[in-house]
Design a protein around this ligand. Structure first.
Ligand SMILES: [Zn+2]
Length: 494
């Protein structure tokens, strides 16, 4: 163990020669799938060995004081762009994964639109090799769906990737786009045959081309949302629902931005189609007023929309209609973002801000802290873990990987650029007052990050393999039902 950490963790006096635990996370408020309650987490061999009730005898071993903290499962961000390979001037894997830890995130799923893009398993294996020894967090990759070779999806090795990203509209860092209807149809059919979950940027390029032919490029940020309006997203989502119904393809629609898309997707899921969706932290935090006022920092794709959209997205997140919240962490340099509106690339850093922005938003909407903690553990824990088959992740339960995030629920703090761990060095949340702050993060049973000292020890994040093809059951994993979520919430309020 790194010597810095010895002082962080108090040695228990009279430690026997062989400690009974590798780490004892003592006296916190445990956020488990069965409910939120006081207790202590015992860690042994990188896994959660026991969850003890107050008053239970504690084993010997190093202590981590969790009093006054929520003890969350290490959070999962299933939508990051850490920019390796080829775009390391925007982010490196070291800085991106450090930002993840500072945001309570211990597992990320990275996107394929790098240089070169990851459109096959050989590129993904090469990317894993590049990252080896540089990541502070565990990781899995979404492969890129290739419009010219959709058939690859029918035979994708699940050990390398179980999901593939398809862009239905392009932008600066998304040059590989499904422009033709027959390409998209072939990808849905092949993904269904290969049991691959398609993750989708669902905006329609043809709608945008049509608007561009008449209006041209926007010259101000006031004009940005009308330039990339909700109609593009709604048309694309309607196509996705139709294709999922036709082929039975499992789909997860990313960064839903409008009330209309949310209504369509929730109705499709209620009908029993294998459809789920993500809401981002920035679509929950900002409105088009912010884009008009603040310009490039919230120039995003899909665009930030009206206050009524934001509140519909909050409803989806809190009701369980949305399965995940993701950051869409997509940093660019300050110079890139300060280009004129038509040239400034869309995207913002967010893996560090995601959980605290959602936490702050929930408390501001009058949700009590225990219920908010249960929501966070579902949206950034159990939800993405079940959707993408991340074994051992996303639940604070005996046998799980010992990834833990300690949250000080009431800490009030203002974010400034000096807090930003991403290489880009800026945040759209600069000046925001947050409620809630991560204080310590444990990965694989060892303290990996602490608020006062930063990262501890060498990066030891692992590339998480998917299931062996031989062992792969071709039935879709069950999504949590509304009844499951009700039970979870009832547990939370106990
Ligand atoms: Zn993205």
């Amino acid at each position: 163990m790194n010597s810095d950490l010895t002082s962080l963790i108090s040695p228990s006096s009279g430690l026997p020669h062989t400690a009974e635990a590798d780490l004892v996370v003592e006296g916190g408020r445990l956020v488990t799938p069965e409910g939120v309650r006081d207790g202590t987490v015992v860690i042994r061999d990188g896994r959660v060995a026991a969850l003890l009730a107050p008053g239970d005898p504690l084993p010997s071993g190093p202590r981590l004081d969790a009093r006054g903290r929520y003890v969350l499962p290490g959070l999962i961000d299933s939508h990051v762009h850490f920019r390796t390979p080829g775009l390391e001037h925007k982010e490196t894997w070291e800085t991106g994964s450090r930002a993840a830890l500072a945001g309570g995130v211990t597992t990320v799923m990275d996107m394929p639109n790098t240089r070169p893009p990851s459109l096959d398993t050989a590129t993904l294996r090469a990317k894993a090799a590049l990252i080896a020894g540089r990541s502070y967090v565990d990781h899995r990759f979404h492969m890129g769906a290739d419009p010219d070779h959709p058939e690859v999806l029918a035979d994708l090795d699940p050990a390398v990737a179980t999901s593939a990203k398809a862009f239905m509209a392009g932008h600066h860092t998304a040059p590989v786009v499904f422009r033709e209807a027959h390409q998209l149809e072939a990808a849905f059919a092949a993904a269904a045959r290969g049991n691959v979950r398609l993750v989708l940027h669902a905006e329609d390029q043809h709608v945008f081309d049509l608007l561009d032919s008449r209006g041209g490029d926007p010259h101000s940020y006031d004009a940005y949302e009308p330039h990339r309006p909700r109609s593009g997203a709604i048309v694309a989502v309607a196509k996705v629902v139709h294709l999922a119904r036709t082929h039975g393809t499992k789909v997860h629609v990313l960064h839903v931005s409008s009330a209309e898309e949310t209504d369509l997707l929730a109705a499709a899921a209620a009908e029993g189609l294998p459809i789920s969706f993500e809401v981002t932290g920035h679509h929950l935090s900002f409105t088009d007023h912010d884009t008009a006022r603040r310009g490039p920092r919230t120039r995003l794709s899909p665009a930030i929309r009206a206050p009524r959209d934001r509140e519909r997205l909050w409803q989806a997140v809190l009701s369980g209609e949305a399965t995940t919240v993701g950051s869409d962490h997509a940093p660019h340099t300050v110079e890139e973002k300060n280009r004129p509106p038509a040239e400034a690339p869309p995207g913002l850093p967010g893996v560090q801000e995601l959980a605290v922005s959602v936490w702050t938003g929930m408390l501001a909407r009058g949700i009590d802290a225990d219920t908010a903690a249960a929501h966070l553990a579902r949206l950034m824990g159990r939800g993405p873990a079940e959707l993408f088959g991340l074994a051992g992740k996303g639940r604070l339960t005996v046998g799980a990987d010992a990834d833990i995030a300690l949250l000080d629920p009431a800490a009030r703090w203002q974010l400034s650029a000096s807090h930003v761990e991403s290489l880009c060095g800026w945040s759209a949340y600069e000046g925001w007052m947050f409620t809630g702050r991560f204080t310590t993060v444990v990965t694989g049973g060892q303290v990996a990050w602490d608020l006062t000292r930063g990262t501890a020890g060498a990066p030891r994040g692992r590339w998480l393999p998917g299931p062996d093809r031989a062992a792969m059951d071709h039935s879709a994993p069950a999504l949590p039902t509304v009844r499951d979520l009700e039970l979870e919430l009832e547990g939370a309020s106990r």
